[in-house]
Ligand binder design. Structure first.
Ligand code: ADP
Ligand code: G6P
Length: 447
């Protein structure tokens, strides 16, 4: 069978990865074997001129180094200060600099250069996410004819957002060199079609086939999942459950997100404040645990969101805390996955309120972790890709604090029967469409 070669910017070489991409790919590669190529993690003074291989039991990893200049331009710059805000509806946070786009192109060319000598004739190459859009065109330029697929983990921008790019047409030139473009949700595929149409870059063909910039390829929706069975086991055998329970006392509401401005964390803090203002009977009955590890802290917008979040948590605690009760606990670091699974299981409410999100795996982890006889309630933003299928969650508009506070109150009062009914439907979806299903569907379509 053809070997699978996965390329992503992020390559987990240590423990406790956070971010949906590595969690999903780790699961997918464990199942299929193959090679996973990615960035070694920290910029270095003198980058090596070859991939460094790290053998593993199930699959091999190979890492590349980046200089500080390349890291700043390609990762902090074009990837996370142009493409990320653009794809998450925050064009106002873009910082466009020509040298960052140059660095983005240069690093993609270098990754292709490092990868080509290690490719085998019947490999299938699966490129991940927005950091690597130009990789297929760089591989093709070096004579690679193998099937190359791309999967976008984040939302695809619509025409109005694409128009904010320095050179929108180039995005479609890059994408046209793949054989299969995969998206999280229907909304992303229709944004691709609409945005490319406005630039006269696309002709629809039969079924899932499109002609993009004159080249024929396929495009489809493949909603990503988690390793549901493993996560259920993880939650059932979570450590120290009694100790954690005695720490909480009140019913717990949990949020777990990288501290990213797309996740709507200040909005949920404000809604919680409103809930407490309007429902004095809930004081000391509900406590909100927000776990938000740091991410991309050298980018200004991330430092701002940290400040805003800490400030809000402090203010709300100052307003409502009692000697026995802290309304918001805010943990700003990664947590081992088995501990996380146990915390989800104990939480009466799972709060997933992004303003924009490709899928959101936390929503799926929360559902998988519940005790089926007494499950909690998932509150889910309509702007997460997950909302397209997880319709038995309480679906809310995260911009509306009243609606969100009402959903929190409703979740606190929901009968066990209704919780079990909703949870059963959600769990079926999360179990049937797990990460194994996702990668199998995608790879079968790539061929
Ligand atoms: P994103 O990919 O934007 O970060 P997702 O919700 O899809 O969002 O994926 C986040 C992943 O990172 C989940 O698997 C989640 O469990 C993990 N994660 C988030 N916060 C932490 C944390 N503090 N410790 C460990 N894992 C975390
Ligand atoms: C999201 C992106 C991934 C990224 C992850 C963590 O899941 O889709 O591509 O790896 O966030 O972000 P980081 O910048 O730390 O890799």
């Amino acid at each position: 069978m053809a070997r699978l070669v996965v390329v992503s910017n992020r390559l987990p070489l240590g423990d406790n990865p956070s971010g949906g991409l590595v969690v999903a790919l780790e699961d997918a590669l464990r199942a299929s074997g193959g090679l996973w190529v990615g960035f070694s993690g920290e910029p270095v003074e003198t980058p090596g001129d070859a991939l460094e291989f790290h053998p593993g039991a199930r699959f091999e990893r190979a890492s590349f180094d980046l200089s500080a200049t390349d890291f700043d331009a390609y990762y902090l710059g074009y990837s996370n200060s142009v493409l990320w805000p653009l794809c998450h509806g925050r064009a106002d946070l873009m910082r466009i600099q020509p040298e960052h786009l140059d660095g983005y192109r240069r690093v993609n060319a270098r990754i292709a250069e490092l990868l080509v000598p290690h490719l085998q004739p019947d490999d299938r190459i699966w490129v991940q996410d927005y950091q690597l859009f130009p990789l297929a065109s760089e591989l093709r330029r070096r004579g690679v004819t193998a099937p190359i697929g791309h999967f976008l983990h984040i939302p695809f921008p619509g025409p109005a957002d694409c128009a904010a790019l320095p050179n929108p047409a180039e995005l479609f030139d890059w994408l046209s060199q793949y054989d299969l473009l995969g998206f999280q949700a229907r909304r992303d595929l229709s944004n691709l079609t609409e945005s490319a149409r406005q630039l006269s870059r696309i002709e629809p063909l039969e079924g899932d086939r499109i002609r993009l910039c004159g080249r024929d390829l396929r495009a489809g929706v493949f909603p990503i999942g988690i390793d549901t069975a493993a996560f259920i086991d993880e939650a059932r055998s979570a450590p120290d459950e009694d100790r954690m329970r005695s720490l909480t006392g009140a019913q717990m509401m949990i949020g777990v997100d990288r501290l990213d401005y797309s996740k709507g964390i200040p909005q949920r803090f404000r809604a919680f404040q409103l809930l407490l203002e309007q429902n004095p009977d809930l004081h000391e009955k509900i406590s909100f645990l927000q776990i938000a590890p740091p991410t991309r802290e050298s980018v200004e917008a991330y430092r701002d969101i940290r400040e805003e979040t800490e400030h809000l948590a402090g203010r709300i605690n100052g307003q409502f805390a009692t000697v026995n009760w802290t309304p918001i606990r805010f943990i700003h670091r990664p947590i081992p996955r088995n501990v996380l699974a146990g915390l989800y299981r104990q939480a009466r409410i799972g709060l997933v309120t992004p303003l924009a999100d490709g899928m959101n795996l936390v929503a799926k982890e929360y559902v998988a972790a519940q005790d089926v006889s007494d499950p909690g309630v998932l509150i889910l933003s309509r702007f997460a890709g997950a909302a397209e299928t997880m319709t038995e969650a309480l679906i809310i508009n995260p911009h509306d604090p009243t609606e969100l506070a009402e959903a929190m109150a409703r979740a606190m009062q929901m009968t066990a029967n209704e919780r079990r009914r909703r949870h059963a439907v959600l769990l079926r979806d999360v179990s049937e469409h797990d990460v194994g299903w996702w990668s199998a569907e995608y790879l079968a379509t790539l061929g």
